[in-house]
Design a protein around this ligand. Sequence first.
Ligand SMILES: Cc1ncc(COP(=O)(O)O)c(C=O)c1O
Length: 373
Amino acid sequence: MVDLKAQYEKIGPEIDSAIKSVLESTAFIKGPDVKLFEEELQRYMGVRHVISCANGTDALHLAMMVLGLRPGDEVITTNFTFIATVEVVALLGLKLVLVDPDPGTFNISVDSIKKAITPRTKAIVPVHLFGQCADMEKIMAIAKEHDLFVVEDAAQATGADYIFSDCTVKKAGTIGHIGTTSFFPSKNLGCYGDGGALYTNDDNLAMKLRSIANHGMKERYHYSDIGVNSRLDTLQAAILRVKLKYLSDFNNARKNVADFYDEAFAGCLSLILPERSAYSTHIFHQYTLKVKNGKRDELKKYLESLKIPTMVYYPGPLHLQEAYKNLGYGENDFPVSSALCREVLSLPMHPDMEQEQLDFITSSIIKFYDKTA
Ligand SMILES: Cc1ncc(COP(=O)(O)O)c(C=O)c1O
């Protein structure tokens, strides 16, 4: 699905020298590259603060911790996301309120959010799924009206732009009170291990987040908050500094792949192409089709037989997961997520795809339909 080896072949010498300089400095924790990376990402994102941490799940956890929410407070998020988005809410004893996504964009439905708000609602967590922003302008308006926090899960959308109706442009993750991201290796900006970060324009939240991510320490061995240990390794920061320079090129290359797929499948009525919304650019963390007529698994198997990898993100809606049974949702409560889980199929997507690979993938899929139609 991604080819990190091909990428390493391109930028290997720069990566090697970044790693070597950290090894020579032995500043493995909180070395200079961590601060430099935060500053560089801050500039790229156009945000006042970037606080790096150990992974994207921790970033969400830290965001939920810093908002001062109390057990039982309700947090609304999408039922169609990676499990990390919801597990941190559950871990803090907050009440998880799941809602369906929009069937076209896969992102949290604004109407469903409105319907789910109660006097106990305290926060909304939109996820910018597969590389495209949720409808943040509308979500921020709802949050303002009901005095709610917004934590954007931007793990899959590093570099995507949200375009407001007055044409202002902001990066995914910098619009809500806090944004979070992941540098998991396969992400658009990925490191060579685990890594994550938080974004905020609020100086107080930033100060507190830095403290909580470092054991709640304000001054050395003085603890003002209950914290955790969640730091980005210097080695990963050094790698990310190299990769950040290429992020725009990599994202453009992904878009070219998506354009090619779109064009190749345009006449294939059984495939619904990923919708591109007017208010967001799409950086195609995933290129995800909807396969109609119940043929998703058959198509997946056929492609597997040709050694073409595909993935189902996500195969089961969160409300039916064993661990979340206690939320009390019924099987048919989320028809959109349930239908998506049966239909979605993500194709190989990365910046180093070769024309030959693209031709083989697209012609194989078209052949499948010629044979089975
Ligand atoms: C939407 C979303 N949120 C959160 C995470 C968690 O990130 P990490 O794997 O770095 O903990 C991921 C990573 O896969 C993700 O896709």
